[in-house]
Write a protein that binds this ligand. Structure first.
Ligand code: C2E
Ligand code: MG
Ligand code: MG
Ligand code: MG
Length: 289
């Protein structure tokens, strides 16, 4: 089922049909049309400092509202976009839109944008980032790029050069989904990350008694602290999980316990009420997730 629940609503493209090449083709065609119609949206989920419950930034998350099938998860359509050669276009749109939206928020707030490995492999990425930042008139330090460790699997020299070029622009770098793949310590050494995002699967497991995930999270946090990186625990849904990652020293949290991803209007409303959020536990299902 689609990430984050919403059972039924994402049914059309789910597993049984997903393997079907015809359906995939249809999805690709629909996606092209969605791009042309401007039917993609960015929603934003707050990233909160554990010590103060203050918002420090928002992660931009793609949303596609399909006319017949409702919201389709990016976990489903980003891979299709990659295969169809559409990810560069969507990625650039997301980067520009996120920077534009950020320009309306207080200067203390950042925006984090997910960068696919294909975007990362494009030598034009630093120029695209520079252009998006300049067009929006924001400070490059307000932009954080979320990158997964899969970028380390391709050409080592090119990867290193790209990290250097992005860092040179003054943007921040986050290592996303840490703890899901190989999660080599070497990756942390080889790239100038400002933040490690601890994957929600590690967090989920850690709340289970007898699991050793708490020890693993704790050592990721120590390492991050030694390297002067922030740590964001992803996917925090319950007070137990919040208390746990706080006690393990994670500097930031992100998850439904504070807020589901909001529209840009929702962010403006939230910021209008101030930066400090209140943990509220799992929310009921809403239109946006
Ligand atoms: P991600 O970057 O790891 O994003 C975090 C995912 O966790 C998001 O799923 C978010 O909605 C979800 N999430 C946040 N809090 C909770 C929680 O408390 N519980 C649960 N169960 N889930 C939570 P989403 O929005 O479906 O995005 C899935 C993935 O799609 C993202 O994972 C990212 O890899 C990719 N993606 C999203 N937007 C973009 C984009 O603009 N560009 C690229 N290349 N990929 C994107
Ligand atoms: Mg991310
Ligand atoms: Mg993640
Ligand atoms: Mg993920």
């Amino acid at each position: 089922a689609a990430k984050g629940g919403g059972r039924g609503r994402h049914h059309f493209y789910d597993d049984d049909l997903h393997s079907d090449a015809k359906e995939r083709e249809q999805l690709e065609e629909d996606l092209r049309e969605a791009i042309a119609r401007g039917a993609l949206e960015l929603h934003y989920q707050p990233q909160v400092r554990t010590a103060t419950s203050a918002v420090t930034g928002y992660e931009a998350l793609l949303r596609w509202k399909h006319p017949l099938h409702g919201y389709i998860s990016p976990a489903k359509f980003v891979p299709v976009a990659e295969d169809a050669g559409l990810v560069a276009q969507i990625g650039e749109w997301a980067l520009r839109t996120a920077c534009q939206d950020l320009a309306n928020w207080p200067e203390a707030v950042r925006v984090a944008v997910n960068i696919s490995p294909l975007q990362f492999a494009n030598p034009a990425l630093p120029a695209i980032v520079t252009s998006a930042v300049a067009a929006a008139g924001i400070n490059p330090g307000q932009l954080e790029l979320e990158i997964t460790e899969s970028v380390f699997l391709s050409d080592e020299k090119a990867t290193e050069a790209m990290f250097g070029a992005l860092k040179g622009l003054g943007v921040r770098l986050a290592l996303d989904d840490f703890g899901t793949g190989y999660s080599s310590l070497g990756y942390l050494k080889r790239a100038p990350f400002d933040r490690i995002k601890i994957d929600q699967s590690l967090v989920r497991g850690a709340a289970i008694e007898g699991s050793r995930n708490d020890a693993i999270i704790s050592s990721i946090v120590s390492l991050a602290q030694a390297l002067e990186m922030d740590t964001t625990a992803e996917g925090i849904e319950t007070f137990d999980e919040l208390d746990l990652v706080k006690s393990l020293g994670c500097s930031h949290v992100q998850g439904y316990i504070y807020e589901r991803p909001l529209s840009a209007e929702g962010v403006a409303e939230q910021l209008g009420r101030g930066l400090v959020l209140t943990a509220q536990g799992p929310r009921s299902v809403r239109a946006t997730r």
